[in-house]
Design a binder for this molecule. Sequence first.
Ligand SMILES: Cc1ncc(COP(=O)(O)O)c(CN[C@@H](CCC[C@H](N)C(=O)O)C(=O)O)c1O
Length: 402
Amino acid sequence: MAQLKAGYLFPEIARIRNAHLEKNPDAKIISLGIGDTTEPIPKPITDGMVAAAAALGTKEGYSAKGGYGPEAGQMELRKTIAEKLYKGTPITYEDVFASDGSKCDISRMLQMFGSGRKIAVQDPSYPAYVDSSVIMGHSTGFNDAVKQYENITYMPCGAENDFFPDLSAAKSAELIFFCSPNNPTGAAATRAQLTELVNQALESGSIIIYDAAYSAFVGNPDCPKTIYEIPGAEKCAIETCSFSKYAGFTGLRLGWTVFPEALKFSDGSSVRQDWTRMMGTSFNGASTVAQGAGLACLTDAGLAAMGDMVAFYKENAAILKRTWEEMGYKVYGGTDAPYVWVSFEGRDSWEVFTEILDKTDIVTTPGAGFGPAGNGYVRCSAFGSRENINEAARRLKESFSK
Ligand SMILES: Cc1ncc(COP(=O)(O)O)c(CN[C@@H](CCC[C@H](N)C(=O)O)C(=O)O)c1O
């Protein structure tokens, strides 16, 4: 804990937002910062949630699902996730573990792998990867000169490499975090790029921790929605995903992580077996109500409702992307992801973040918060009401046009 250089990014953003509001009590703040869903959970899904909750009030309902559930999740949910989301891949329900969300699984995974592992991350990327790695003892200190934690390999992703990293730096990594569509850049990796990643991991014996939190936003047919579309991935990749951004479950808490049976450590022992032991020992299962809601997400009506929700946020992203482009900025992402990544040509991203907040009462997220290669960019989240997105576009055009 002592090695951590700053507060976790998102509570910092919330703190600055609240301080701004204190200073400007009449400000009508619009948040394009923390990627938190804003639209209500669709009825087909809340119906499932209500039914799961009501069942706990009946004798038969409670005896069926009221007590401590299986730590890997209810069998029906695991089977339905495998059937609906991993059709055509080698993944079976025994490989699927339901949880209270991806962020939580990421920390538990890093605990399971034991301290001192050599870890590689995309730079910039979701801060939980690096911060949880530091907390779990995978780093040996912070290098102020390059703003990087030691023993962690940062793979820069920028406009210069079309936001896909030079993977050779990760050849000696034991764990490679790879998020696609990437948070914060919004870049979705192609089949060819993911094949390169999988082949390198198979060759070097690295384990990929693939974060598919935004795969529902992928529209490009050449970009896989799961790493297991790539041959051999079941031998080298874990995949974590979540209902947070699919169905607005950021507060309800339901995710899952896939540990394929074929994934072995170099001594031949099963990674899935260790995860089973880890979840049995450190986790008491996702909530019964959340799992009931998750099942409702995977009905035809639930899947359609999630599709509509994702499409709504993608339209928000398109509005933001168009706005910044019309203002003369270079903009990335925002097509296969709910994040728009705006280039400010090498300016300090915290300065730009502050200027945007002061001039427009809009909260964004400074790119440097996601890693040193994020400096010079600002992330805008498309999670918001359409009214707020349109108002934000108006304010930005008014105050930030070049
Ligand atoms: C790539 C990726 N993987 C996992 C997650 C969290 O998934 P979970 O909700 O735990 O199933 C996220 C959520 N990130 C958001 C919410 C951040 C703020 C939240 N307090 C948090 O720390 O997760 C953001 O970048 O604005 C993500 O981007």
